[in-house]
Design a protein around this ligand. Structure first.
Ligand code: GLU
Length: 916
């Protein structure tokens, strides 16, 4: 009973004491409706206040919608009480907050804030905002973006305040004036909440680095939508979240390996932090504490420390708070010195690190840059003392190694095109997946996969068109593009390429001229056209006939057959058809003739024939050399200029490839002209190089040429011997592995390609697919083209003519011989066989040079005769037979001397042998 009395008396005393000394602390709290759902533990204040104070847990007032009048009203009511207000904790909304701020300024009540607000021209000195100062924070964001090496990125913002928040990031674009560097795109989230169309648009620009500024509760939604439209693709997209609370989100639902970076003000795994959270927010996980909550906690601490300090500096025992009315005519003073104390006080044990406000702003703070999937270790530290720098906790090699680790066992989707020798498809196989494909590209990615310990899956791009390869990468349908994928400036703007793995240039593939053996063999006929040959032939015959008639009419051509006989009984004309033919032939072949006409008219006719022959043979001879040389070179095209300046041979290239765009975009007038020609006739384009090659081969008379990359040409020339490459390469470029812009793995792929190059693997692969993997023998190398020697094929016809003529002569000789045998058998009255035997024996004995007029049957095998006076009947017979001289005349001539004499006389007189 006595104990109860003492306790009651003590309580009464304390109540009286506190009420009377007015050390009661009231704080006003006016919040936005959604603020601090997790609750605020006001015990932070009571626990840290001096024992002399009595802290009353405030009643939190919420403002349903931004309304400055209502907010001010609330504040005035709270303030105009007996104990007044020691401080006011304000809302986030800037409209409400600004009116409360000016009311607090009038009443001289500390106004505590824990949310972002832009720097304003008119600053109130009663406002204490623990949220990092806006301009410094903006600088921090810019420094982070720079440290991430982002030169091209998109800023996605939720409202205009976001742009103020990111003003220094926006300024980055001016950092590099000359370069395309720091290209940024600004886009606002759709207020409806569905921003898929915006995100899709971003994806199609191939921008893969995104700064996302939006409230915490929208972040996951936006990222999910980004994932739906494939903007949030593994290893190829990077997000930077500006929210200082982003680390509190659970990103596991996204199931992404994308690079998501953010900044945080405190480390939830810090020991002190955890201890404090445990003490004041035992219900909450340290990782769930938001910045606002932590800042509120620190603001309460700051206020209590200031109250304690203010009380210490006061002479009185108590801090006499009194009610302040908004209707007062005069502005209130900081009589208790709390505001002054707030400006001085430094907090070392805050949840958000040390706090010291300068002019009510937090200008001294530190941010940790973290990747959401590795929150235990920040990747960089930013400090307000050096706002332009960032301390990176890992170097490039470590980062590379980390990425490599993350890449392990990631299944890369490889987009490619079917086309030899890069990729072949085994159509017979029922097997799905990679087993269907083989070729250079397959081997190349196989080697890279071995080096990086990754897995991959091949897929063929739509329509097998090179144009769709880049689209696959932009749309994040593939991670890599491997085939004969040319690095072009246009493509480099939208996708990344690895180091080149092959160099090449555009060449022209054409068919070799179809060699016409026969035409070449009779090349000697070429200098004159067929018609001219026919005319010459006809004229030759006509002339020979005419000469016969002319000479028969000419009296001088009728000669005495026996010059010794002064009064011959008859005259002879040697100009029969055979002799005339001989004369005309001798003239046109420039060999001359041993008999010549004597008559004026016949000589005139002969001379005119000579003149004709002279011109014809000279023209023929002059043309012959040039013609033989020319005829060996086909009339095909040998350079791109020749191809461009003719219209007979059509030319084309692969549709939608880099070769087509080379011509399309070229500034060279020649190539422009060629492109116009090609564009006019769309049929010259082909869907694949293989079809182009097929068309070259199947087009008759080599009337189609195909522009192709030199590596492909090389491959085809190894296998298709009827093809040839025309001229030099038109340009020089390389193949690379295509990747989405700024993909995390580009350095790994690059170093793998470099390694394959260093170890000679790339050469080995090329050798394998270009030379070794073949059916049949390689094409024989062509004979050097520049040799001037004529081959047998070029002059074969001349040999043939000679052979035929000799053969003909031989046949005639045999017939004549047989006829002679017949004559001998008749004259000598011996059997034909006997005569043949004797004559044959004689003819075959090449040592006998003289022959009896009449064969001695007993001397059928007569030896070489000593009788030199006997005429050489064999020889005479031969000569006579051609000139059609009757052999009996020769026999009559008797001796060799006489014969010789007659012969010389005949020559001198230009007469021919006589016919009996
Ligand atoms: N390599 C080319 C490309 O990547 C395709 C072949 C060509 O155009 O000749 O577009």
């Amino acid at each position: 009973m006595l104990f109860c009395f003492i306790l009651w008396t003590a309580c009464l005393f304390f109540c009286f004491h506190y009420t009377s000394c007015n050390n009661v602390i009231n704080v006003g709290v006016i919040f936005d409706p959604d603020q601090f759902e997790g609750g605020v533990n006001w015990n932070v204040i009571s626990d840290n206040l001096d024992k002399d104070f009595q802290f009353r847990t405030p009643e939190i007032k919420y403002i349903d919608k931004p309304d400055s009048f209502e907010a001010t009203n609330m504040l005035c009511q709270m303030s105009d009480t007996e104990t007044g207000l020691a401080a006011v904790f304000g809302p986030r909304n800037s409209l409400t907050s600004n009116s409360l701020e000016s009311a607090c300024s009038f009443l001289n009540i500390p106004y505590m804030l824990s949310s972002w607000r832009p720097r304003t021209a008119t600053e109130s000195d009663v406002t204490f905002n623990l949220y990092p100062e806006a301009t410094l924070l903006s600088q921090a964001y810019a420094t982070v973006v720079q440290s991430l090496d982002w030169d091209t990125f998109v800023i996605i913002y939720d409202d205009e305040e976001g742009l103020i928040k990111l003003q220094d990031v926006l300024k980055l674009q001016e950092h590099d004036e000359n370069a395309v560097k720091n290209t940024m795109m600004l886009t606002k989230l759709d207020p409806s909440g569905d921003s898929r169309h915006i995100l899709k648009k971003i994806r199609n620009t191939s921008m893969s680095r995104i700064v996302l500024d939006c409230p915490l509760d929208k972040i996951l939604n936006v990222l999910e939508q980004a994932k739906e439209v494939k903007l949030l693709a593994d290893f190829t997209t990077s997000f930077f979240l500006t929210s200082l609370d982003a680390h509190t989100l659970d990103f596991s639902s996204l199931n992404t390996k994308s690079n998501i970076t953010t900044v945080r003000l405190f480390d939830p795994s810090n020991e002190n932090f955890q201890k404090n959270v445990q003490q004041y927010y035992p219900e909450t996980e340290p990782s769930e504490i938001t910045v606002e909550q932590a800042l509120m906690h620190d603001a309460m601490l700051l206020l209590t420390y200031s109250l304690n300090n203010a009380k210490k500096t006061q002479e009185e025992e108590v801090l006499e708070y009194e009610g302040k009315s908004c209707s007062s005519l005069e502005k209130y003073e900081d009589t208790l010195g709390v505001i002054a104390a707030l400006k001085e006080v430094e907090l070392s044990d805050g949840l958000t690190g040390p706090v010291h406000l300068m002019n009510g702003k937090r200008e001294d703070f530190r941010l940790e840059v973290i990747e959401i999937d590795k929150q235990d270790k920040p990747i960089g530290i930013w400090e307000s003392e050096r706002p332009d720098a960032i301390y990176l906790t890992r170097n490039a090699t470590e980062r590379e190694a980390e990425i490599k680790n993350r890449l392990q066992n990631h299944k890369f989707i490889v987009t490619s095109r079917i086309g030899p020798p890069y990729l072949f498809e085994d159509r017979d196989k029922e097997v799905a997946g990679n087993a269907r494909y083989y070729g250079y590209s397959m081997d190349l990615i196989g080697e890279i996969a071995k080096l990086l310990n990754i897995t991959f899956e091949f897929q063929i791009t739509k329509d097998n068109s090179p144009r769709n390869l880049a689209i696959d990468l932009i749309e994040r349908n593939a991670d890599l593009a491997i085939c004969d994928f040319t690095i072009t400036p246009e493509r480099r703007e939208i996708i990344d390429f690895s180091m080149p793995f092959m160099t090449l240039g555009i060449g022209i593939l054409h068919k070799k001229a179809e060699t016409d053996e026969e035409a070449n063999m009779y090349g000697f006929l070429g200098p004159l056209s067929t018609v001219v040959w026919l005319y010459i032939g006809a004229l030759y015959l006509l002339m020979s006939f005419l000469l016969v008639f002319i000479s028969r009419m000419s009296t001088e051509d009728w000669e005495n057959p026996h010059p010794c006989d002064q009064n011959p009984s008859e005259l002879e004309n040697i100009w029969d058809l055979k002799n005339c033919c001989w004369l005309t032939l001798g003239s046109i072949t420039t060999q001359g003739c041993d008999i010549l006409p004597k008559g004026v008219c016949s000589r005139l006719a002969t001379a005119s024939w000579w003149f004709f022959s002279l011109i014809i043979t000279s023209s023929y001879t002059a043309n012959l050399a040039a013609f033989l040389t020319m005829s060996r070179k086909d009339d095909s095209i040998d350079s791109v200029e020749e191809l461009a300046t003719q219209s007979k041979v059509k030319y084309g290239c692969l549709k939608g490839g880099s070769t087509a765009s080379f011509f399309e975009k070229s500034n060279n007038s020649l190539y422009q002209r060629m492109w116009n020609n090609m564009a006019m006739d769309k049929a010259v384009f082909e869907d694949s190089n293989a079809k182009g090659v097929e068309r070259i081969q199947s087009t008759k008379n080599a009337l189609y040429a195909f522009f192709m990359e030199s590596t492909g040409i090389e491959y085809e020339l190894e296998r298709k011997c009827d093809l040839r490459r025309i001229g030099n390469l038109l340009d020089s470029k390389s193949y690379g592995i295509g990747m989405p812009m700024n993909a995390d793995y580009r350095h790994s792929i690059n170093s793998a390609v470099l390694k394959l190059q260093e170890t000679g693997k790339l050469i080995e692969l090329k050798e394998k697919w270009w030379k070794k993997e073949r059916e049949g023998e390689p094409c024989p190398s062509d004979a050097p083209e520049n040799t001037d020697a004529l081959a047998l094929e070029n002059v074969g016809g001349v040999f043939l003519v000679l052979g035929v003529c000799i053969g003909l002569a031989f046949v005639i000789a045999i017939l004549e011989f047989l006829w002679n045998v017949h004559n001998v058998s008749v004259e000598e009255h011996i059997s034909y066989l006997e005569a043949l035997k004797v004559e044959l024996k004689f003819a075959c004995n090449i040592f006998i040079t003289k022959k009896r007029v009449k064969p001695l049957l007993s001397e059928s095998s007569s030896t070489k005769s000593d009788d030199s006076s006997k005429p050489n009947v064999g020889i005479l017979n031969g000569a006579a037979s051609f000139l059609n001289i009757n052999t009996s005349i020769i026999h009559k001539l008797g001796s060799t001397e006489e014969l010789n004499k007659r012969s010389s006389t005949r020559t001198r007189k230009s007469s021919s042998t006589m016919r009996e």
